[in-house]
Design a protein around this ligand. Structure first.
Ligand SMILES: Cc1cc2nc3c(=O)[nH]c(=O)nc-3n(C[C@H](O)[C@H](O)[C@H](O)COP(=O)(O)OP(=O)(O)OC[C@H]3O[C@@H](n4cnc5c(N)ncnc54)[C@H](O)[C@@H]3O)c2cc1C
Ligand SMILES: NC(=O)c1ccc[n+]([C@@H]2O[C@H](COP(=O)([O-])OP(=O)(O)OC[C@H]3O[C@@H](n4cnc5c(N)ncnc54)[C@H](OP(=O)(O)O)[C@@H]3O)[C@@H](O)[C@H]2O)c1
Length: 518
């Protein structure tokens, strides 16, 4: 083991260290940053230093406690910067940029990309080089700014509810916080082990060839669609195999239809059905898949298959050694204080199930820390704002129009563009990153909708397709939860031209006692 407790590495030094450790695989000594002079017992061991473990440990430390993080990777921050959110945002940024480039190919200053494919491998390699930057920052911040103690680059083995062994040492604590995350699900087909079948993790870790002209995606939710749009934007034929309706997480039919129409316009193919076989060649590489559709079985030649079919929890060891209760899929069951069924053992993050999002992982860690430090606090997952990417950024919160009409008698909708019987395309919404579309291809300039209860004038739901509204939705969500009305929203100050037109649309109608739609 390498004792680094007395070192003070810069972010540059951390970046070099992490890059060399990732290149060497498992062959390097663990990094141990434990203060041997501190004789206090640890208040908690956080097994897993991803979003949930790191934020939980930082909060517990800030409250005056003593946490220890153990993580098998040589960096803190977990899957988000390494495999998940960060590469997903890189690929979605590329997809948005390529949508622009391809839409205006050969016009203005845009190069002509018609008939050309762009490299997936180059983008993946660019990400692989760049990801040590966030890793290095998180190690630096955790050690030098947040005063966290940690053991990195080695798996921790649970011995009992208070004891974990790692790097040849046995660590004891008053509490154990399980924060071991989740991993991609398998499809259960023999061909899944062939070279050329990827999930979000193996894509960024192992892609070493340029995929051919056809990508086959399985799944129809965030991961599948986000990565599918990226592959499509590179100019490849992209077939999305969906066993159910795609994008059912977006619970407003009109918003969903706008998105699917735009994806289909870019050439994405949504095939209802399932993958029944993945065939390989003599060298063990994928060469074709069989897809069962309502019309019968179809064989598609491809060397590139991507599975975005959800995740399963890393809960096996906790189940076997500690006997923590889990649900039917193996996710660890916790109460609102993040306590498992075993005394002094908590669980947080993806390990406790959907929604698997950063806010929930980080907040779960914080709530565990508060309870461990004697501050009783309950985490109740309320209505939360959500987002995903297609070629666009899509944000939503609250009720969709159909849901609202089931529950309220006077539902009023304010939206852009308006319903347009003669089919003329309206150049609105025209917000940030949308101006070229608005001027030259108005139908591509996004969609936005507010769903309102006409009698109480309260906002019930909001949907936005475009770019740059995600920040606004973070702040809009608690206001909507607290009863924000059309009049209060119309009273706010917009920074015109703004990505979402909600404030000004409300102001246009707020004067009328009987609210009408737009
Ligand atoms: C493709 C994709 C894109 C995503 N994009 C977004 C996004 O844009 N925004 C968003 O909010 N959410 C996003 N998410 C979800 C988000 O990534 C997760 O919710 C979050 O990273 C979960 O954090 P965690 O700490 O629970 O798990 P992880 O970050 O996975 O941390 C678990 C840690 O435990 C460690 N570990 C496991 N077992 C052991 C052991 N025995 N010993 C030591 N260490 C161990 C692992 O090394 C890992 O570091 C995305 C997910 C995916 C799959
Ligand atoms: N914030 C973000 O941008 C972001 C991005 C990516 C992921 N995430 C989070 O990460 C988690 C995982 O996301 P995910 O999209 O991979 O999983 P998910 O939300 O669980 O969706 C899985 C998708 O795969 C389909 N599926 C599951 N098993 C299948 C099978 N055997 N054959 C064919 N299709 C199958 C599901 O279809 P059915 O609908 O029929 O079940 C669904 O469309 C989620 O909690 C998500 O919120 C967040």
């Amino acid at each position: 083991m390498s004792d680094i407790s007395h070192t003070q590495w810069s972010t540059k030094r951390w970046a070099q260290e992490i890059a060399s450790r990732l290149a060497a695989g498992d062959r390097q000594e663990p990094l141990v940053n434990v203060n041997a002079d501190d004789r206090r017992e640890f208040d908690a061991i956080f097994l897993g230093g991803g979003a949930a473990g790191r934020f939980g440990a930082a909060y517990l430390r800030a409250m005056g406690g003593r946490p220890l993080i153990i993580d098998r990777w040589p960096f803190l921050g977990g899957s988000c910067p390494h495999h998940a959110c960060v590469p997903h945002h890189v690929f979605s940024d590329v997809a948005a940029q390529l949508l622009l480039e391809r839409t205006f190919s050969g016009k203005l200053w845009f190069q002509d990309l018609r008939g050309k494919t762009t490299s997936i491998k180059d983008v993946v390699e660019m990400f692989r080089q760049g990801r040590t930057g966030p890793h290095a920052f998180m190690n630096y911040q955790s050690k030098e700014q947040l005063d966290l103690e940690f053991v990195l680059g080695t798996g921790g083995r649970i011995l009992d509810a208070h004891t974990v062994s790692a790097a040849g040492e046995t660590y004891r604590a008053k509490n154990l916080v399980l924060a071991t995350g989740a991993r991609p699900k398998n499809l259960g087909l023999d061909g899944q082990a062939l070279k050329g079948v990827f999930n979000f993790a193996s894509l960024v870790d192992t892609l070493d060839y340029e995929p051919g002209p056809t990508a086959v995606i399985v799944g129809a939710s965030k991961t599948a669609i986000e990565y599918g749009c990226f592959f499509n934007a590179t100019g490849r034929r992209t077939i999305v195999v969906c066993r159910n309706r795609p994008l059912s997480i977006i619970h407003d039919g009109e918003t969903r239809a706008f998105l699917i129409e735009r994806m289909e316009e870019q050439g994405m193919e949504f095939w209802p059905g399932s993958l029944t076989a993945i065939e390989g060649d003599k060298r063990g590489r994928v060469r074709a898949v069989t897809i069962r559709t309502p019309m019968g079985e179809v064989s598609v030649a491809t060397d590139f298959v991507f599975l975005g079919i959800g995740e399963r929890p890393n809960s096996e060891e906790a189940r076997e050694v500690l006997g923590v209760s889990v649900d039917a899929e193996g996710f660890v069951e916790v109460d609102s204080r993040m306590r498992t069924s075993v005394p002094d053992v908590y669980a947080v993050g993806d390990l406790v199930g959907a929604p698997m999002e950063m806010f929930k992982a980080r907040k779960g860690g914080v709530y565990a820390a508060r309870n461990i430090m004697g501050e009783e606090s309950h985490y109740h997952l309320k209505d939360y704002p959500d987002f995903m990417h297609t070629h666009y950024e899509v944000c939503w919160l609250g009720l969709g129009e159909e849901q609202a009409r089931e529950r309220y008698r006077e539902v009023v909708v304010l939206k852009l563009p308006p319903d347009n019987p003669d089919g003329h395309e309206v150049a609105l919404p025209a917000g940030d990153r949308m101006m070229l579309y608005a001027m030259m291809e108005p139908r591509l300039s996004g969609f936005q909708k507010l769903v309102i209860d006409g009698s109480s004038r309260r906002i019930l739901g909001a949907f936005h397709v475009g770019y740059g509204a995600k920040d606004g939705f973070q702040y809009l969500a608690p206001m909507v939860r607290n009863g924000l009305t059309v009049d209060e929203l119309g009273e706010m100050d917009e920074l015109f031209l703004n990505p979402s037109y909600f404030i000004q649309l409300c102001r246009l109608r707020a004067g009328s006692k009987v609210l009408r739609g737009l």
